[in-house]
Unconditional design. Structure first.
Length: 374
């Protein structure tokens, strides 16, 4: 089996080895990074000593009871409805693998995370896409989604807040799509790794909806991508049993220490969310000014949630060369062709943390040179 070249990860790998070096990471989609020291300091007390007693052995395939209980409490569900996985990536792989039956199709957003198309296609699943267009401010068209669904549809995937555009789905739209899928026996999967990071009214998790399967992880809103931990909330016992069995084949379990740290993080999630919101809000305000002052070169739709935006060049040209030029000056953006939309680029406004203001100064200096040359 041949998999397509993973353009996004290949591009982002520059931050580890580029010459000249990357000073400002505006391509990544994560939040402000935490060190282990900072994370342990939230807990206080003798947490380091307690962690030293962690047995470095396998954990259970469904995850430790401690972590499942913490995530269940966060979403208001029963702990037995929580399946721990190796990031949202494994959660999605499990779903695609389960859907891989003769004549099956899945309905996915476009643009979206690159593997969401490649993996199902590699398994022989028909991928049906619904478009998020800048002309419509990246909003979903519920009727377009409904038209894609037929008797062979295994599930509809929604992602809110969305990566890379930052758009969100309203609670009423979420409920209507959920009910539509439930009435037809079609799975309804809500990828909400950026929940609850919103730049307007805060929306409720889809975990409140009885037919919804919810995916979450520690990489985005919880800002701890190095833990490589995620979860699935699934109320159907048969599907949970399938996920648990498949996971025993795929990755067996997470690391014991990683799950202890993940449980600690969920206990103190409001502290982590508060920092993410503060930095994302401050940096988004900087972007408001930058885009307002450079409309001759750049355009955007202001994100309503998450920590990424998906701008484009005003002249409609390919975004990769723009990203190359920025990289030569130490600024990493992600070209839109990594998401199948070459005229755009992804701009992460939280991963660089409080260095973002300095990054914007350099970006504006380069934009100024571009305007002068034009």
């Amino acid at each position: 089996m041949q998999l397509k070249q993973f353009l996004l990860d290949e591009w982002l790998a520059q931050k580890f080895s580029a010459d000249p070096r990357i000073e400002f990471d505006l391509g990544s989609s994560t939040g402000p990074v935490w060190t282990l020291r900072e994370l342990l300091a939230i807990e206080g007390g003798d947490v380091s000593e307690r962690l030293l007693e962690t047995a470095l052995s396998y954990t259970s395939p469904e995850g430790t009871a401690e972590l499942r209980e913490q995530i269940a409490a966060m979403h208001g569900v029963d702990p037995e409805e929580v399946q721990i996985v190796t990031g949202a990536a494994e959660a999605l792989l499990l779903h695609f693998y389960q859907a891989a039956e003769h004549d099956a199709n899945v309905v996915l957003p476009e643009p979206g995370f690159p593997s969401n198309t490649v993996l199902p296609e590699s398994l022989g699943i028909e991928v049906r896409r619904y478009r998020l267009d800048a002309d419509n401010r990246f909003a979903i068209d519920p009727d377009e989604i409904r038209r894609q669904v037929d008797r062979n549809t295994r599930f509809v995937l929604v992602n809110s807040p969305h990566n890379p555009t930052g758009t969100v789905i309203s609670e009423s739209e979420m409920e209507n799509l959920h009910d539509f899928c439930a009435d037809r026996g079609v799975g309804f999967v809500s990828d909400e790794v950026y929940h609850p990071i919103y730049h307007g009214p805060e929306l409720r998790s889809a975990a409140r909806l009885p037919h919804a399967t919810v995916l979450g992880d520690f990489s985005k809103a919880l800002c701890l991508s190095g833990l490589r931990t995620g979860w699935i909330i699934e109320r159907d016992p048969a599907r949970r049993a399938w996920f648990k069995n498949a996971r025993s084949y795929f990755t067996v379990s997470n690391t014991a220490l990683g799950e202890r740290l993940a449980a600690l993080a969920v206990r103190h999630r409001e502290t982590i969310y508060r920092r993410a919101r503060r930095i994302a809000s401050a940096n988004l305000s900087l972007l408001d000014r930058v885009f307002a002052e450079h409309t001759g070169i750049l355009r955007w739709v202001r994100p309503a949630g998450g920590m990424t935006a998906f701008p484009w060049l005003a002249d409609g040209s390919d975004g990769r060369e723009f990203c190359r030029a920025m990289a030569r000056h130490g600024i990493l953006l992600a070209p839109g062709d990594c998401f199948g939309v070459p005229s755009h680029f992804r701009l992460g406004f939280a991963a660089s943390g409080e260095k973002f203001a300095a990054a914007m100064e350099r970006v504006e200096a380069l934009l100024g040179r571009t305007a002068a040359a034009g």
